[in-house]
Design a protein around this ligand. Structure first.
Ligand code: ZN
Length: 247
């Protein structure tokens, strides 16, 4: 697990907080502000910056991405506005080694679905459901210091079937008031990069102010930054004459 000193960019579409007074009350500094506070608490020393959809290049410019070790993503209602070209650039950076931590409704973020290759749909309900998040791999770095189970008093219900590929490492499964379950903490390896999906965090609940959730997000940043080693790009076709490997 890398130590402090990571360059972390928190990308937040930052629409709900500006348009909904209830959400603005929960997150006066934006959801990105709450996520940054989580990192300041649990990963002091990281270099954390924000970007939002309203920024130049939608906050996803090449210079910014090139200077990011781990990108944390919160998006929902405006995710379709993210330009395909920017989403593709995020995908490429992950293949080159950047970590990507996708939160809650980011399961439908363009970079995430591109990296998964599947629709990533799930079932959902906004109904003040209690979420009980169980570590099924309690020794995994993602679970370090997180209460097991982690009980979130109210969050949006997300449940299976969740249209993701089988995670490379499944760390958490959540259950909800109605008995539904979800693979809620999933790790993926893509090229030289790592991707984490964490389900908590509907915008109308104070989920990102809860300490166990904050620790979980900090753990995800640490795991996401761990290098997979340099891997040759797999999408370059290389002409290879007979005997090329013996030359
Ligand atoms: Zn939601």
């Amino acid at each position: 697990m890398p130590g402090p000193g990571l360059r972390v960019t928190i990308w937040n579409e930052h629409v709900h907080e500006r348009e909904d007074a209830h959400v603005a009350g929960l997150y006066p500094d934006g959801i990105h502000g709450a996520l940054a506070a989580a990192l300041a608490q649990h990963r002091p020393g990281d270099e954390v910056s924000f970007s939002t959809l309203a920024d130049p290049d939608q906050g996803l410019g090449d210079d910014r991405l090139d200077a990011t070790d781990v990108l944390v993503w919160w998006g929902h209602m405006a995710q379709e506005q993210v330009a395909d070209e920017r989403a593709e650039r995020v995908r490429r950076r992950v293949l080159d080694g950047m970590g990507l931590v996708v939160l809650h409704s980011g399961h439908l973020a363009k970079p995430f679905t591109l990296l998964m290759g599947t629709a990533c749909m799930l079932r959902w309900r906004e109904g003040d459901d209690r979420c009980v998040m169980w570590a099924v791999d309690p020794g995994h770095p993602l679970a370090a210091g997180v209460p097991n189970p982690l009980i979130i008093p109210a969050d949006e219900m997300y449940c299976e079937p969740f249209g993701i590929p089988a995670p490379d490492e499944l760390v958490f499964v959540s259950s909800y008031s109605g008995g539904e379950v979800l693979r809620s903490g999933c790790c993926f390896r893509r090229g030289s990069g790592r991707v984490v999906y964490l389900s908590p965090g509907h915008e109308t609940y104070p989920v990102y102010h809860q300490d166990g959730v904050r620790r979980l997000i900090a753990n995800a940043v640490g795991w996401g930054a761990a290098p997979e080693g340099t891997r040759p790009p797999l999408d370059d076709a290389v002409w290879s004459p007979p005997g090329w490997y013996e030359a």
